[in-house]
Design a protein around this ligand. Structure first.
Ligand code: Y39
Ligand code: FE
Ligand code: FE
Ligand code: FE
Length: 232
């Protein structure tokens, strides 16, 4: 997988219209994602008052990420297509809002701290070797934080595993298929940036499967859950 990616790197022209057009959507997705992550952690802070300060710190990191990625777009003179990005996140966003309104912490954590963080970890790790120098440095700093965010979700869900298990399975069934659809929507643009869908799926599965294992799911559950909605 790495070899394939390095072959592509030599062909990338960061200033070409093709690259910048694809970047206008991928960059927007990342900026919107960071903004939503910021709001989601603040919302979780209201739902978990004892952890409000910790969650506020995570939210602050997300705001810093948003600023970093905004600078990456500016550096390439790209205008992010924010409308595309909002539509891209609309379903997951709606599901998070519904769960939050119901006080469903388990579903909110599954959506933000497991699914979205693993999606970010996969995307950023795959992006780093093919990024321009400016964006690479920023993304390397960001991805370290995303592991902390994933860890926050893992720890809480692990501590509450018995009561959270059924809710996690249900929320996974409802939300993971959405992620695979999101990935299909950006497959072409990601490829222009040198990121293969196959590599993104692989990295997502590894991060998500590991997280489910850390929380307490057994191998059989992990297999069933992480492939949910992947195959038509
Ligand atoms: O926790 C976070 O910072 C996550 C919001 C950011 C998600 C970024 C989503 C990246 C998907 C990019 C798809 C590229 C193929
Ligand atoms: Fe591979
Ligand atoms: Fe982030
Ligand atoms: Fe994050």
């Amino acid at each position: 997988m790495i070899g394939q990616q390095l072959d592509i790197v030599t062909e990338l022209d960061y200033n070409s219209d093709t690259y910048r057009d694809a970047y206008s959507r991928i960059n927007a997705i990342v900026i919107e994602g960071e903004q939503e992550a910021y709001s989601n952690y603040l919302r979780l802070g209201e739902m978990l008052p004892d952890l409000k300060d910790d969650l506020a710190k995570l939210a602050k990191m997300e705001m810093r990420h948003k600023k970093g990625f905004t600078a990456c777009g500016k550096n390439l003179s790209v205008t992010p297509d924010m409308q595309f990005a909002q539509e891209f996140f609309a379903q997951l966003h709606g599901n998070f809002q519904t769960a939050a309104a119901e006080g469903d912490v388990v579903t909110c954590l599954l959506i933000q701290s497991l699914i979205i963080e693993c999606f970010a970890i996969a995307a950023y790790n795959i992006y780093i070797p093919v990024a321009d120098d400016f964006a690479r440095k920023i993304t390397e700093g960001v991805v370290k934080d995303e592991y902390l965010h994933l860890n926050f979700g893992e720890e809480w869900l692990k501590a509450n595993f018995e009561s959270a298990k059924a809710g996690l399975e249900k929320a996974n069934r409802q939300n993971l298929p959405i992620v695979w659809k999101m990935l299909n929507r950006v497959e072409k643009d990601a490829k222009v940036l040198g990121m293969e869908k196959e590599a993104l799926v692989e990295d997502f599965m590894i991060a998500y499967g590991e997280a489910l294992g850390n929380i307490g799911f057994n191998t059989r559950d992990i297999m069933k859950m992480s492939a949910m909605g992947l195959l038509p």
